[in-house]
Every structure is written in structure tokens, then in C-alpha cells.
Ligand binder design. Structure first.
Ligand SMILES: NC(=O)c1ccc[n+]([C@@H]2O[C@H](COP(=O)([O-])OP(=O)(O)OC[C@H]3O[C@@H](n4cnc5c(N)ncnc54)[C@H](O)[C@@H]3O)[C@@H](O)[C@H]2O)c1
Length: 262
């Protein structure tokens, strides 16, 4: 039996305190990586790091707001001083805000873009400065089907932010392709997480439909006929972070149960 090729690698996962980020952190740890579990809420980050260590893995909980330049600096400085390497960055942290397009305020626009797009850009930049030193690394940005299809009219700025994530992915992929670093994105569909609960509740508030009905109607559009689980996304992150994806960069991979085919 040989060692897994990724054993001992170091991965940073943002927004890893719950939902998809938690599943990604657990999966990358299960694959043999040391995982830095980043969230702006300390307790969930610590809980996920503890979950990993109790399962026999290695993890470090790190409290950081990805929108803060000082927090990002502290995060990547700590990664380098602690491990001396950074193999995988997963930009997963994001927020959801609901409003009809004509009701969006500038504050709403800036808040969503700040977390979902601006922070992704500058986390990529900070990570790449480390990865360029070692001439290796993988970045996986969690975009969304909403970035390709503007999936509902109820989260217009979220749609814009996720299209930006796809563009950030392609831009950095081309910028560092010759340096042995790969940058890809994943576009999930309707994943059962606290963010999805918020979405259904808020759409319910606007439409007057029950949250369960909102969810049912949305899930009816999924060809595979079931809701997506965080682990469905984590498995594709594992692939993109691993040796079998070594000829892929600049891609935005749909994991939507067939909802999006382009
Ligand atoms: N749930 C879905 O259906 C779905 C679909 C497509 C894409 N996505 C994307 O997947 C990712 C994860 O979504 P989720 O559903 O697990 O979300 P979630 O809201 O359940 O979890 C997001 C996590 O990010 C953290 N976070 C938020 N702002 C942060 C900040 N400024 N700094 C650090 N951490 C911060 C939160 O504390 C939370 O733990 C997001 O990028 C989201 O846009 C989700």
C-alpha cells in the first residue's frame, strides 16, 4: 500500500464553520491533508477543527473575516510560519441577501460583493504569493449555478457576485498557469445548508408561499430529482485538489444535479 499523494499537504478552507465549507474541510482532512478551518465565527470553526482531530485528522481553527485585509494577512502569514507550505485554498465563504433587483440598495450591493467577490480576489492574490514561492498549488473557488444562470430574481447581487467569482477564477488561472498552479471553480446548485434555509425563508417572505413550497418548487427543477448535499460538492473539491485534476485549470464545474449544462 502506498501513501496517498496528498498526505501532509496543507489546505485552507474559508467559511468552513458550517454547510459546504464544513464538508469540504472534513473531506480534505479525510484525504490526508492538514486543514486550516477558517470562519469569522470562532465557535463553529473550532467545532469543525475538533471534529477533524477527533476523527484522527489534523486541523487548525482560525478566526478571520475574509473581507478584512488585516485578517487575510494574519491568516496567510500564520499558514506560512506554521507549515511553510500552502497546497490548497478553497474560497468558500459567502453571504446571501434577498431583495428584488429594483429594491437593491448600494449598501446591499457593496456588502454582498465585498464578501462574495472582493474577498475571493484578494484571498487568491495572497495565496498565490505563497504558492508562487513553491511553484505549486491549487485554488478552488466556490461559485454557484447563480453565476451562470442568474438562477432567481430574488438574489440579484449574489448572482452578480458569483459571475465575478467565475471571472476571478479564469483570470488567475491564466495568470499563473505557467507556474504550475491550477485555479478552478465549482458551481453548486441547490445544496441543503443554513444558507439554503435562509433563502427559502426570505423568498417565502417576498412571495407569500410557505418555505417548504418554495423549496419543493425549486427542487422540481433538478433533473437528478434530489437536493444536493454538501458532500456532493466536497467530493468534487477533493478531485480538483488531487492528482487526477492536474490538466484542468480555469474551469467552472457544475455540480447541480443536471440543472445547468453549460
Ligand atoms: N447552499 C447552496 O445552495 C449553495 C449553492 C451554490 C453555491 N453555494 C456557495 O457555497 C458556499 C458555501 O455556502 P453554504 O450554503 O455552506 O453557506 P452557509 O451560509 O451555510 O455557510 C457559510 C459560512 O461562511 C462563513 N462566513 C460568512 N461570511 C464570512 C466572512 N466574511 N469571513 C469568514 N467567514 C464567513 C459563515 O460564518 C458560515 O460558516 C458559498 O460560497 C455559497 O455561495 C451555496
Amino acid at each position: 500500500m502506498t501513501m496517498k499523494p496528498v498526505a501532509g499537504q496543507v489546505a485552507v478552507v474559508t467559511g468552513a464553520g458550517q454547510g459546504i465549507g464544513r464538508a469540504i474541510a472534513l473531506r480534505l482532512a479525510q484525504d490526508g491533508r492538514r486543514v486550516v478551518v477558517v470562519d469569522n465565527r470562532p465557535d463553529p470553526a473550532q467545532a469543525v477543527a475538533t471534529e477533524i482531530t477527533q476523527a484522527g485528522g489534523e486541523a487548525l481553527a482560525f478566526t478571520a473575516d475574509v473581507t478584512s485585509a488585516a485578517d487575510r494577512q494574519r491568516l496567510f502569514d500564520t499558514v506560512w510560519s506554521t507549515y511553510g507550505q500552502l497546497d490548497v485554498l478553497v474560497n468558500n465563504a459567502a453571504i446571501q441577501r434577498i431583495a428584488l433587483p429594483l429594491d437593491v440598495t448600494e449598501e446591499h450591493y457593496d456588502t454582498v460583493m465585498n464578501v462574495n467577490a472582493r474577498a475571493v480576489f484578494f484571498c487568491c492574490q495572497a495565496a498565490l504569493r505563497l504558492m508562487l514561492r513553491q511553484k505549486s498549488g491549487r485554488i478552488i473557488n466556490i461559485a454557484s449555478a447563480a453565476g451562470k444562470s442568474s438562477s432567481t430574481i430574488y438574489h440579484p447581487v449574489y448572482n452578480v457576485s458569483k459571475t465575478a467569482v467565475i471571472s476571478i477564477t479564469k483570470t488567475f488561472a491564466h495568470a499563473v498557469a505557467s507556474e504550475g498552479i491550477l485555479v478552478n471553480a465549482i458551481c453548486p446548485g441547490i445544496v441543503i445548508t443554513p444558507m439554503q434555509d435562509l433563502l427559502d425563508n426570505e423568498i417565502s417572505r417576498i412571495t407569500g408561499k410557505e418555505p417548504a413550497q418554495v423549496r419543493r418548487e425549486r427542487l422540481e427543477k433538478v433533473p437528478l430529482g434530489r437536493a444536493e448535499q454538501p458532500e456532493d460538492v466536497a467530493g468534487v473539491v477533493s478531485f480538483l485538489a488531487g492528482p487526477d485534476a492536474s490538466y484542468m485549470t480555469g474551469q467552472a464545474i457544475n455540480v447541480t444535479g443536471g440543472m445547468i449544462t453549460y
